[in-house]
Design a protein around this ligand. Structure first.
Ligand SMILES: Cc1ncc(COP(=O)(O)O)c(C=O)c1O
Length: 492
């Protein structure tokens, strides 16, 4: 299924708003000018502008044209936030463990997976380089790859920051065993048991696990419904609590998907400096953007070395690569000390291989191809979901990454939905895995990276049936109808 042209334009304009290219009150190109640039019809462009008006992103002025709406930091309700985010110790690891165990069967539809379809990640060039180094005796000296890691690899990673206008030396990079190791090391470097840290209220479960492991007191920051990041709530919490470290995802957020725009990032940086707080930024999906420039990390905006930027190759080359890094100008020594007491060093053979692969143009070619494929697959799944899910479901779509975040109608419990689908060997990720709050959990995360064959399509139809079943379960008369007529599901 193809994405409609007007939707494409809507996504493109949203991206320009999110990355700061379009600020408040910027005039959009006239219908005619936009038609000339895009080659779309005037009606298509009008449809796109009207969608943006309906979503509050754009307003129209009589006889003047269309303009970007005023940026609104204050959608969040002040009173709620501080009440709901009392510091607390975390206990989430057992929940995550049992969820992962349940979703590991081999004949499974992996909409629950946190990683892209392996077929999209496979690259013959890297395999050739790997085979070349595997045949060498000995496989490069181990010392060369001990913390802070392979110099050539660190140089290659540093160069990619420089391309974004962030001065970085190889010595600012420490190679780790994946992004999770990077996040854990960064958090351990900056905290002691009992310290207060701030996490987004909905976030990748690895962040909660890291806090649990270190016995930290966690405060949560509410998500801004429109911009992802809630600046007003952020400043309130910094004033209310002695927060030492924040750990955030600001680009292609897992699970929700948003990318915070540059204006908000600038303000976050100034608040970090004002309140003397450190930030661990999880930027594991940084390469998976589909329009414009690669989103900037916080170290672009912050100049007191308060940001420890963590990422990895897991989402672009595969989780089994297990190579990540931390970028920090200040804490390299301390991180290396901690590595010597935990993972020691990342795999030598893989470090050598990556260092050489990334230095070739094949890495960027691989990324380009991957972005194109993931973008197409995401759009395809998005449109299938629009077609099959009940209209009371809201699908949060962002043009980066490969997750779709689906809001189920208010009363539906996403864990019950997960259990129903599990019995049909279909994996989805329910929202209680991303939050520590005992609030109604009516969201699910779906991985959109898989090839949409008939089996996957059938799984989407089953998902829709299961949601409808849960909706109608609330209505006893209809439930009776389901019980007496086994085909009732399919006809919904
Ligand atoms: C947001 C986020 N951070 C970190 C990780 C861990 O990545 P790695 O496999 O590189 O340790 C994941 C993996 O799912 C993730 O989604």
């Amino acid at each position: 299924m193809i994405m409609y042209k007007s939707e494409k334009l809507v996504q493109h304009i949203k991206q320009l708003i999110e990355n700061g290219s379009y600020s408040a009150n910027t005039k959009l190109p006239s219908l005619r000018a936009q038609a000339q640039v895009t080659g779309y019809s005037l009606m298509t462009i009008l449809n796109a502008y009207q969608t943006l008006i309906a979503e509050g992103r754009v307003y129209s002025k009589e006889k003047s044209g269309f303009f970007i709406s005023e940026y609104n930091y204050n959608t969040y309700q002040k009173t709620n936030t501080v009440e709901t985010s009392q510091p607390q110790k975390i206990k989430i690891n057992s929940k995550v463990f049992s969820y992962l165990k349940q979703t590991q069967a081999s004949d499974y539809i992996y909409f629950s997976s946190a990683f892209p379809d392996e077929q999209c990640l496979y690259n013959t060039k890297i395999m050739k380089i790997l085979a070349h180094y595997a045949q060498q005796k000995p496989i490069g000296t181990t010392n060369k790859n001990m913390p802070p890691g392979n110099l050539k690899l660190r140089q290659q990673i540093a160069n990619r920051y420089i391309l974004q206008g962030i001065p970085t030396q190889a010595d600012d990079i420490i190679i780790t065993s994946g992004a999770l190791d990077a996040l854990n090391l960064a958090l351990q470097t900056l905290t002691q048991t009992g310290d207060y840290i701030l996490l987004q209220d909905t976030i990748f479960y690895g962040a909660w696990q890291a806090a649990e492991r270190l016995g930290l007191q966690v405060i949560t920051l509410p998500t801004h419904p429109q911009y992802g990041f809630n600046l007003q709530a952020f400043e309130d919490l910094l004033q209310a609590y002695p927060i030492k470290v924040c750990s955030f995802m600001l680009n292609s957020h897992n699970p929700i998907g948003f990318t915070v725009n540059d204006k908000i990032k600038e303000k976050i940086a100034s608040l970090l400096e004002k309140y003397q707080v450190y930030l661990i930024e999880d930027d594991t999906y940084q390469e998976l953007y589909y329009f414009g420039q690669k989103p900037l990390p916080m170290c672009y905006f912050e100049h007191q070395n308060r940001v420890l930027h963590c990422s990895s190759f897991s989402k672009v080359l595969g989780a089994n690569i297990r190579i990540g890094w931390v970028r920090t100008e200040t804490f390299s020594e301390k991180i290396q000390h901690l590595q010597l007491m935990s993972t020691l060093a990342a795999n030598t053979l893989i470090q050598e291989t990556l260092a050489n692969f990334i230095a070739t143009p094949y890495y960027d070619k691989h990324l380009q191809k991957l972005r194109k494929q993931l973008y197409q697959r995401k759009n395809l799944l998005y449109h299938l979901l629009l077609r099959y899910l009940p209209s009371s479901c809201h699908i949060h779509y962002y043009s980066s990454g490969y997750f779709l975040w689906i809001e189920l109608p208010n009363h539906l419990n996403s864990t019950a939905l997960f259990q129903i689908l599990l019995s049909q060997n279909i994996g989805i990720t329910p929202s209680h895995l991303f939050s520590i709050h005992e609030v109604p959990h009516n969201y699910i995360r779906i991985n959109s990276s898989f090839h949409m064959d008939s089996q996957h399509k059938q799984a989407i139809i089953s998902l829709a049936h299961a949601i409808k079943y849960l909706i109608y379960q609330r209505m006893p008369a209809l439930l009776h109808y389901f019980k007496t007529d086994s085909n009732a599901f399919r006809r919904l």
